[in-house]
Each structure stands twice: as C-alpha cells, then as structure tokens.
Write a protein that binds this ligand. Structure first.
Ligand code: RIB
Ligand code: CA
Length: 343
C-alpha cells in the first residue's frame, strides 16, 4: 500500500498530541515531520510537546521544526486563559511527560515546509491544526508553492455552526485571521475540517478506559491527557457529553477523504471589524464555478472513532515496536478503506 506523505503543523495541545498518536498509528501515513506554531501554547512549548509525545510513542525518527511564534505582524504571543483551561499550562493537561532529550532541527519550520513542497509537490499533504501563520509565511515567501502542494487539510473555522471562541469564530482562525485569509486566497487545494464536523466526533470516559486497558505507560498518559481535556469540556460545554476530537479528524480526513461529505466554495476569513475571524465564502466569486476549499459538512463519526481508537491503540500498545516501517508489518487494514472518495 502506498502511504500518504504527510507533515503536521501543530500548536501542540491535547488534541494535537492525539493527532500525532493517530497519524503515527495509521498504516497508510508516512509522517515526514512536524512543524510547531503558537496557539494552545507558545511555539517553543508546542515543539517540545511534539518531541515528548513522539518519544512516548517510540517515534523519535520524526523530525520536529520550530515555526512562527506570533501572529503575522506581531512580536510576541501568550496563550489565552481559555487555552490554559482546556489544554493546561503545559499544553498536555499538566501531565508530566519524560523529556525526549531531542532538539528541534536547525532548519526553520517555514524553510522545511517550502523545501518539502518544492521537492514532493502533489505527493505531499500538509495537515494544519493551529493558527495558519507558518503556511501564510510559506505562501507569502514562495507564492508558487500553493499550486505545487498536493492537499492542505486545515482544522479550523466554523461555516455552518457557531464558533468556539465567540459566536462566529473558531480558535485557530481567530488566532491569526490575516494568515488564514492569505492561506485561503493562496490558490492551494484546501480541505476545511471545521467545527461543522469536529463537534460531531467525541471522546468519552469509555475511550479513556479503553486506553488504560492497553496496559502501557503510553496508553495511561494519553488517557490522563484526554481526561484533563474531558473535564474542561464538562465545565465549559456540559451539553456535549464528551470532548471534541478536532485535530485528529483533520488527519483522518487527509488520509481517508471518504470519511467526510464536502461542499466546494471560495473561502476566506474576515480580518477586520466585528466579524473578525469568521470563515465565509468570497462574495466576488459567488458566480464563479468550483471553489478552492472543500468544506467538510458531514462526517462518518462512528467509522472515524473506530479507526481512531484502532490506530492510537496500535501506537500505544507496543511503542517500542514503532518506527517508520511499522505500517508495513502488522498486516492491519488501512483505516476506512471503504466508501466513496468525495473530496
Ligand atoms: O478550535 C479547536 C482548535 O483549537 C484545535 O486545533 C485545538 O487544538 C485548538 O488549537
Ligand atoms: Ca490545535
């Protein structure tokens, strides 16, 4: 089976960490690297969290690159109080992870992304699950990269449902609306995995019990982190009955587009005024056929959750056996290999 070459661009909080575990455990993904960005935590902390999570998963073969530390045009960044409540001060639910001992690569995240796009072109998928500042820097410096890249799958935005920071804006887009606008209008082939679908996919204590039943330290740590996240949801959105598995869903749909139903449009983000951070169709292109963004509007939540737990379990049950070749051995079926490709 040909694996999808993938780079993850993460503001590594709890659901980003779960996205790493899920990508590492899928047999159809070749994880080429991780870039960090500010968001749930600072970009430095996001990089450190990614390194430590990769160590926990036995995936020290995956390089981590330092990305942009603040929104476009700004010098500094400090995580908002709400991020600290949801992901903890350290971004991973105050869980102590053994320090990986590895450092980030000397090449910057933006340089790595440009180099990878220019080398791999359409073979490459980038999954971005934090503010879009790294990608905006890539397309501003190298506009032709947008047309060369395979797919850009973004966890962000809320097109048909309310936002999660305010009624019209989702956190990753509001984190840097100018960057989001640059990325949406870059000409890249984009899939938007927004709150429209991520809020329909939930983890509960049933899944954390399953993680603990794997009987490994990795399973315990992932369960501890997820329960911190669950408690935040219980306080902030008790009506949901679980916590949304936002970032892993972007990985899942990137690997298996048949998980989602989409609607194509020319998307952008509001950068000014009272609706700053809203994701919305471009009015001037309403009569232009097609679109640059496939907005996910529906998801097969049951199949996604099943595949998620299988893949994370594969990562967590025997981390000492993990490595870039793992997918080739176990004979495990690729998650969600059935269904129609509707992206
Ligand atoms: O709105 C959800 C997103 O914001 C997720 O990517 C989460 O990790 C935070 O960054
Ligand atoms: Ca994130």
């Amino acid at each position: 089976m040909e694996k999808k070459k993938m780079i993850l661009d993460l503001d590594t909080g709890i659901d980003d960490a779960l996205a790493i575990a899920y990508a590492a455990g899928r047999t159809d993904i070749e994880l080429l690297g991780i870039t960090s960005v500010f968001g749930n935590v600072t970009a430095d902390r996001a990089a450190e969290n990614s390194l430590d999570i990769l160590a926990l998963l036995g995936r020290e073969d995956v390089p981590v690159y330092q990305g942009e530390g603040a929104p476009l045009g700004e010098e500094t960044y400090a995580p908002a109080a709400i991020s600290r409540q949801i992901h903890g001060e350290n971004g991973v639910g105050e869980i102590r992870l053994a320090p990986s001992g590895r450092k980030t690569e000397t090449e910057s995240g933006v340089d790595f992304l440009i180099r990878s796009i220019m080398t791999l072109g359409k073979e490459l998928t980038i999954v971005a699950t934090g503010p879009l500042t790294n990608l905006a820097a890539v397309f501003r410096r190298c506009p032709q990269a947008a047309g060369q890249l395979g797919k850009l799958v973004i966890m962000g935005g809320a097109v048909t449902v309310p936002g999660n920071v305010c009624p019209w804006a989702e956190a990753n887009i509001l984190g840097d609306p100018a960057a989001a606008k640059t990325v949406f209008e870059s000409g890249a082939d984009i899939v938007l995995v927004g709150l429209d679908v991520t809020m329909r996919t939930l983890l509960t204590r049933k899944e954390t019990a399953q993680m603990r039943a794997w009987g490994t330290e990795t399973g315990e740590k992932l369960a501890d982190m997820t329960e911190f996240y669950l408690k935040a949801y219980e306080r902030l959105a008790p009506w949901m009955g679980g916590c949304a598995i936002h970032d892993p869903l972007a990985v899942g749909i990137a690997a298996d587009p048949s998980l989602a139903e989409t609607f194509s449009t020319y998307l952008t983000a509001e950068t000014e005024g009272p609706l700053r951070g809203r994701t919305i169709g471009r009015q001037e292109l309403l009569r232009t056929p097609g679109g640059n963004t496939a907005v996910c509007l529906n998801v097969d939540a049951e199949r996604y959750l099943k595949g998620f737990m299988e893949a994370v379990g594969r990562s967590a049950k025997a981390p000492e056996m993990n490595g870039p070749e793992r997918g080739a051995d176990a004979g495990a079926p690729a998650e969600g290999s059935a269904g129609k490709d509707n992206l």
